[in-house]
Write a protein that binds this ligand. Sequence first.
Ligand SMILES: [Zn+2]
Length: 249
Amino acid sequence: MANIQATIGREEGLHRLKVSTGTKEFVIGAPQSVPNSVSRSHCSLSVDFSDDASRSVTMIRINNLNIQNVTYVDGQEIDSRQIGEHAVVKLGIERYTLNLKQLINSMKLLLPAPPPQEYSIAYLSKVWQEYDEAKLKISEDSVRSANKQRLQGLLSMFGVGAGFIPGIDETVRLGIIVAAILIGLYFFVKGASGTTIQKKMHDLDEEFRKRYVCPNPDCRHFVGMIPYDVLSQNKNCPYCKCRYKEGKM
Ligand SMILES: [Zn+2]
């Protein structure tokens, strides 16, 4: 819980609404907008804000600071009261309306940035490992396919060569040539898998980019082609600044 207390009153000279917290002072409204019946230190506000990123208001208390001041909440004169965010607060006998929403928003800006959210990146370890293994398998497949193409070349040469071997039976010669053509044809069709490997790699990368993301549900930014070991040494998401931790989610 974060708390801010402010003293509210009329600014000397320009007669705007002056707000003083322990450390800062600011004014609200146009010159001459605050009547004389609002004193220099008219009332005080104590506002509690939640600790999370939303910094929502959890409590507001208003105090009339002097017996000669008049402070109204929802039409009733008060000394000290806990009020809601939508309460109608009027100051002085001329009933100057306090813009409570604007005032609270201005006070909220004085708060330090909330502590960053912390998320586990443990599951990214699995995502990286799976990606790494799948990539290895695809590159092994591609080596295998290149070897097959080399074999095809050899067999075709053998088939052509068989056409020139003297003294073998013509049926056998024809058989060898036909077999070499058929095998060559088979590998020619299979050879089309070279493009499949590229597609597989592309699909794998796409899938990886969708899964290797910041664990903050409000961020979900792809963290990059960074091995998990390196990633786990980065303590923050570069996009949303949430903190990474390695433990269970
Ligand atoms: Zn993030």
